[in-house]
Design a protein around this ligand. Sequence first.
Ligand code: UDP
Ligand code: MG
Length: 332
Amino acid sequence: MPATIDSPTDLFSMPKQPPVIAIVVPCYNEQEVLPLSVPRLLGIITRMAEEGIASADSYIMLANDGSRDTTRDIIAGMHAADPVHVKGLSLSRNRGHQYALLAGLTSVAKRCDAAVSIDADLQDDPDAIIEMVKLFNAGAEIVYGVRSSRKTDTAFKRITAHAFYRFQRVMGLETVYDHADYRLMSRRAVGMLLSYGESNLFLRGIVPQIGLTTAVVTYERAARAAGESKYPLAKMLNFSIDGITSFSARPMRYIFLIGLILLLVDIAIGIWVLVSHFSGHAISGWSSLMLSIWFLGSLILIALGIIGEYVGKIFIEVKHRPRFFVSEELFD
Ligand code: UDP
Ligand code: MG
């Protein structure tokens, strides 16, 4: 039983109607954007409450990721003005989007029926939250927000982002295409997510591993409302490499395969070297050097690949990931 889920009753409890929705927003230096996005999100909560699809006690959780501007004070002011609907927390320093999001989810995990995560800049259409909650009410436990187009992104961002998804696939990381961290998760799904103890966190890779009933909402992604992107190319590349290395041991297997291929190439090189040698085109010493360089090179790669396979197993074991989640039990 995952540590963060209290008891089987909690695990299997169904949300009360209408559900309390927590909207979790990671915020890093978002002083320009928060005064625009919080009222917009509050408006969505009001609409959902009026339509009876979510509780009027639904709220926003602003997770301040060690901002250097006035983000923290803005959050405190908003909380003071409306403590029921605006909550906040601050990390002790900047830890990155994924950790800010996780801190927010941890805080709301037991205080909501479902949590929606969305970026502070509202590039992801907040109206999609309403669709997500409807799907949640209809039984979906994880609802992915997926961009229908990237018209408003710069061409550079679009191309690099697509290369990023493709690269991840090849390297053995399963993610939902064009889905960032805009998603709804039921209280139970959040509990399961929190039971992943690994410190190198890549939520987009972990969430699809949880399973449960999932659904997708598509939306148009807008340009940033204010401020600038906190994800320049270098950060995106780091994020991608982190994602791959925390999910897949496939790069090591590629090394092993390259070693095997080189061993085959050796045969061709060997024939060429021997032909040159016996036809007298080779200076002395060249043939033996050529043969040993190629042969040893491929042997070293194969050996590294084999070690890599074991390191890969160790890597999977030390993560202590939950092995499975039972979503339903028919016992008595
Ligand atoms: N963010 C964060 N910590 C960071 C960087 C970003 O909490 O170190 C938050 C940021 O405030 C925003 C979200 O993560 O809510 C996505 O960042 P951004 O919009 O800059 O990324 P982009 O949309 O350009 O990929
Ligand atoms: Mg953004």
